[in-house]
Design a protein around this ligand. Structure first.
Ligand code: AMP
Length: 297
């Protein structure tokens, strides 16, 4: 496994791989790897033989007062995990290498960041879009893998690839959870034992929402209210947002008359955690018959 810290070296290596006809697959991460990251890597393996993982805690996506300094890091442990997964190269530059002197070009989306996490983290998606653009130009992948756990981020990257004409296939993969349902996250390490229990409320409230929708509830206000009550009943929780939105535009939905994405962000102690679920409305018997008749025609 090659460990590369210099942009020019990474670019030269990727050029060589491409000339040899190899498919380059990129899995971008901020390190402190867990099973969620490893699932992305395993998915990536199916797409090509050159599997590159980037590890970079990107200062541009952290706002003032956020956890850039305290973000968990364990580079040696990460490398051990990546060797076991058969990763061919790790790209791990420092901030000076990535942004250097006099950096001044940022990539900004107009609409998608005006929702969900973008409202409380104003520089976040500009930082993500900028670093991902740079990683695409440095690693030159044919395929890049991202988790649905960061749903809005995945939508931002799909949009960025369309808007800027990157010839890169973006693959989104499902969220990996602990056995009790908590979505895996590097930030879970911030949680005390009691906060860890409170954090279960995130997934539980999403599951409850799904149950309500399956039972025919359509009004999003009621579903969000139920979720908010469930979360607030746990100690040390502070809701940033709970939203039910259009899966593509992320605009709020009032009625679940088509599949919707429910997303939430909650602070538990000092950890800001996010999670999401796809809510699918129950197809009534008569609607179902109508739709299948249409499909038959
Ligand atoms: P991060 O290191 O947190 O920036 O995450 C790197 C990539 O791993 C992103 O594409 C995330 O969406 C993805 N990821 C993080 N947590 C999970 C998880 N629990 N399951 C699946 N993918 C995840």
């Amino acid at each position: 496994m090659e460990i590369i810290t210099v942009i020019k070296d990474m670019q030269a290596r990727s050029d060589k791989m491409r000339q040899e006809g190899k498919t380059v697959v990129l899995v971008p991460t901020m390190g402190f790897l867990h099973e969620g990251h490893l699932s992305l890597i395993r998915e990536g393996r199916a797409y090509g033989e050159d599997l590159v993982v980037s590890i970079f805690v990107n200062p541009a996506q952290f706002g003032p007062g956020e956890d850039l300094e305290s973000y968990p890091r364990d580079f040696e442990r990460d490398l051990d995990l990546l060797r076991k997964e058969g990763v061919t190269a790790v790209f791990s530059p420092d901030a000076q290498e990535m942004y250097g002197e006099n950096f001044q070009t940022f990539v900004e989306l107009e609409k998608l960041p005006k929702h969900l996490c973008g409202l409380s983290r104003p520089v976040f998606f500009r930082g993500v879009a900028t670093v991902v653009t740079k990683l695409f130009n440095i690693v030159k992948p044919h395929v890049a893998i991202f988790g649905e756990k960061d749903y809005q981020q995945l939508m931002v990257i799909r949009q960025l690839v369309r808007d800027l004409n990157f010839e890169i296939k973006i693959v989104g993969t499902r969220t990996i959870r602990e056995t009790d349902g908590l979505a895996m996250s590097s930030r879970n390490t911030y949680l005390s034992e009691n906060q860890r229990i409170s954090a279960l409320a995130l997934n539980q409230s999403l599951q409850k929402a799904q149950e309500l929708v399956e039972n025919g509830q359509k009004d999003t206000f009621g579903i969000i209210d139920t979720a908010a009550r469930m979360i607030r009943s746990h100690r040390e929780t502070e809701i940033d947002y709970i939203a039910i939105c259009d899966p593509e535009t992320l605009d709020d939905m009032e009625t679940i008359d088509r599949p919707a994405r429910m997303a939430l962000a909650v602070k538990v102690g000092k950890a800001r955690l996010i999670d999401n679920i796809l809510l699918k409305p129950k197809v009534s018997e008569s609607n179902f018959k109508k739709r299948s008749r249409k499909a038959d025609q």
